[in-house]
Design a protein around this ligand. Structure first.
Ligand code: AMP
Length: 273
C-alpha cells in the first residue's frame, strides 16, 4: 500500500494503477462501517483508493474540528490489511488554497435535516468530494446509506455536473444490538451508549408498523417520537428518496431519518423503505 500526502505523490501513484479503481472517501477513525465500503470496493474493482481527511469546510465555525476522533496508525493498519492500493492522507493546506471558487449545494435539499442545524455543511462536503474525485479519477465511489442526505446530494452533484463516476450506496453497518456504527460513538459513555439504542429501536418500531400495513406518516412519526422521548430529538422525518415531504409511505421510495442528541453527541440513523 502506498501512503501519499501530496497531490504530486497521489497523481504519480494513481498513474501506476491500471484497470478499474474504486474510491472510498473517509474522515478516518475507521470502523467496520468504513471497512464494509472498502471491502465492497475491493470486490468490485482492480484497485482501491481510500482517503482520510477531516475536511474543515464541512465543519461549522462553532464545531470543533480539532476534537474530531483521529487514529492514523490504526487506520493505516486497517487499510494495509484490507488490501488498499493507495491511502491518501493530505494536510488541509494541500487540499485548499487561501482563495478559490467554492460550491453551493442545492439549498432546498441541503438546508433541511442535517443542513438545517449545520448550514453550509453540505457545501463543504460537495467541495471536498469533487476535489477528491478529480484527484483519484475512480470508476466507482462508495458512500454509506448511514449519511443518506450526503449520499443523495453527492448523487445529485454527479448527475448535474456530468461526472463520470458510479456512486455505490452501501448498507448501514450496526453493532449486534442495533446501534449504527459511527466515529462519534467513541464520545458516548456507558449510560449514553445504552440510551443511544432508542434511536435504532425507534426505527424498528417504525418497521413493525409498516409491516403491519401502516402507510400514514403521522402515526409512524408519533411512535418514533414516543420511543425517543428520553432523548433530545433534533428531527424525525419521513420523506421520499428525493427528500421531498410525503404524507403516505411508498414502499421502495421512502426513507425515515432520525437525529437525536445523546448527552452532547449528535447521532443520526435512518431506514430505507
Ligand atoms: P465519515 O468518515 O464519517 O465521513 O464516513 C465515511 C463514509 O463511511 C461515508 O460514506 C459514511 O456514510 C460511511 N459510513 C459511516 N458509518 C457507516 C456505517 N455505520 N455503515 C455504513 N457506512 C458508514
Amino acid at each position: 500500500m502506498k501512503i501519499v500526502k501530496t497531490i504530486q505523490e497521489l497523481q504519480n501513484a494513481r498513474k501506476e494503477l491500471h484497470g478499474s479503481v474504486g474510491f472510498v472517501p473517509t474522515m478516518g477513525a475507521l470502523h467496520h462501517g468504513h471497512v464494509s465500503l472498502i471491502q465492497k470496493s475491493l470486490e468490485q474493482n482492480d484497485h482501491t483508493i481510500v482517503s482520510i481527511f477531516v475536511n474543515p469546510t464541512q465543519f461549522l465555525a462553532h464545531e470543533d474540528l480539532s476534537k474530531y476522533p483521529r487514529k492514523p496508525e490504526a487506520d493505516i493498519k486497517i487499510c494495509e490489511l484490507a488490501g488498499v492500493a493507495i491511502l491518501f492522507m493530505p494536510e488541509i493546506s494541500t487540499m485548499y488554497a487561501s482563495f478559490e471558487p467554492t460550491l453551493l449545494a442545492p439549498a432546498s435539499k441541503a438546508y433541511i435535516l442535517e443542513g438545517f442545524s449545520r448550514p453550509g455543511h453540505f457545501d463543504g462536503v460537495l467541495r471536498v468530494v469533487l476535489k477528491l474525485f478529480h484527484l483519484t479519477k475512480p470508476q466507482k465511489a462508495y458512500f454509506g446509506k448511514k449519511d443518506a442526505q450526503q449520499l443523495y446530494l453527492i448523487q445529485n452533484m454527479v448527475k448535474t455536473f456530468f461526472l463520470d463516476v458510479d456512486i455505490i450506496p452501501c448498507e448501514i453497518i450496526r453493532e449486534d444490538d442495533g446501534l449504527a456504527l459511527s466515529s462519534r460513538n467513541v464520545y458516548l459513555d456507558q449510560t449514553e451508549r445504552s440510551e443511544a439504542l432508542f434511536i435504532s429501536k425507534s426505527l424498528k418500531v417504525a418497521t413493525r408498523l409498516i409491516m403491519a400495513g401502516e402507510r400514514d406518516v403521522t402515526p409512524i412519526k408519533a411512535e418514533i417520537l414516543s420511543t425517543l422521548a428520553s432523548l433530545h430529538v433534533e428531527y424525525v422525518e419521513i420523506l421520499n428518496r428525493d427528500f421531498d415531504t410525503i404524507s403516505s409511505i411508498e414502499i421502495g421510495n421512502s426513507i425515515i431519518l432520525v437525529c437525536a442528541k445523546v448527552g452532547t453527541t449528535r447521532l443520526i440513523d435512518n431506514l430505507w423503505i
